[in-house]
Design a protein around this ligand. Structure first.
Ligand code: ZN
Length: 301
């Protein structure tokens, strides 16, 4: 199934549901960053969470940045997700591999670490971004972001994210966000029913592996609670806005002397985008052009 995001409501708008399939984009991230199994799961879960969080924002330019800083060997995760359906991200140490946890699953919590912080930045594209920090609960990502939604945004929420990765790559990845808005929160029977159904789910990837589509998953969960699925399916993808021009801009900031030094010592400059792993090379004549530009700018002052 293609990577996609679907939104729905139930209980006359009192319940908000978003589902996302990120199988392909998680596989793309795995290949770009040459991620280990557990690093693939950790980054994939966080990318799904980023897309789910940004889906409730209104302005087209909105983005959510998630930074996970735990005390585990993964050395942190950074994800940048946009309301336009693009997402990118990386981990500090892509090679970490750990034995399975006591439930026989990839030990994401062990790799991330259960002590540390989750930083969430919501940026609507102008003015001051809204940022918030919570302590990690388990490092398993889903629990940590649920804790953020409940404690920091004060919305009763359940966030389930999962990645299934094997020897041939990522075969299922994605997540589900269910939120209870104030008007439904007063209906205790409804909330109870919803909670028991969510806790009966054994995860997100088993549903995908059973061949369920997002609308079918919603139907199983809240089909009898006045489910209304938004007609448009949004495509989501791994995308990084980096470019050779931006790399040249960053090199230029180093200044004339530093650039001359690079030409003398290396002959060329190499830069790797952390977010997507793209390698950029500026050769001697491109570096010399930058130096000329700097000299012209200096003369104009
Ligand atoms: Zn990039």
């Amino acid at each position: 199934m293609a990577d996609q995001l679907v939104r729905a409501t139930a209980a006359e708008g009192g319940i908000r549901i978003v589902g996302v399939i990120t199988t392909r984009l998680t596989e793309e991230a795995r290949q770009r960053h040459q991620l280990s199994y557990v690093a693939t799961a950790a980054l994939g879960r966080t990318m799904s969470a980023g897309l789910l969080l940004v889906s409730s924002m209104k302005r087209a330019e909105s983005r959510v940045n998630l930074r996970v800083r735990g005390n585990g060997p993964l050395e942190g995760i950074l994800v940048d997700a946009g309301l336009d359906g693009t997402v990118r991200g990386y981990v500090g140490n892509p090679k970490v591999e750990l034995p399975p946890n006591d439930r026989g699953k990839l030990d994401v919590g062990g790799a991330v670490g259960s002590q540390g912080f989750l930083y969430v930045v919501r940026d609507v594209g102008y003015g001051y971004p809204y940022s918030s920090t919570v302590e990690l609960v388990s490092g398993e990502i889903g629990d940590d972001i649920t804790h953020y939604l409940v404690s920091s945004e004060q919305t009763p929420s359940a966030l389930i994210v999962g990645v299934f990765v094997g020897a041939s790559g990522v075969s299922a990845a994605g997540g589900l966000l269910v939120q209870v808005l104030p008007k439904a929160a007063r209906d205790e029977a409804l909330v109870e029913k919803l909670e028991s159904r969510i806790s009966a789910l054994s995860g997100f990837t088993p549903l995908l592996q059973a061949g369920k589509s997002l609308p079918q998953i919603f139907e199983d969960l809240v089909g009898d609670m006045g489910l209304e699925i938004f007609p448009e399916t949004q495509m989501v993808r791994f995308h990084c806005g980096c470019s050779f021009d931006r790399v040249l801009g960053a090199l230029k900031i180093l200044g004339k002397d530093e650039l001359i030094d690079i030409i003398d010592k290396e002959g060329e400059a190499e830069a790797i985008c952390e977010f997507c792993g793209q390698v950029y090379k500026a050769n001697q004549s491109e570096l010399e052009t930058l130096i000329q530009e700097l000299q012209l700018e200096q003369a104009e002052r």
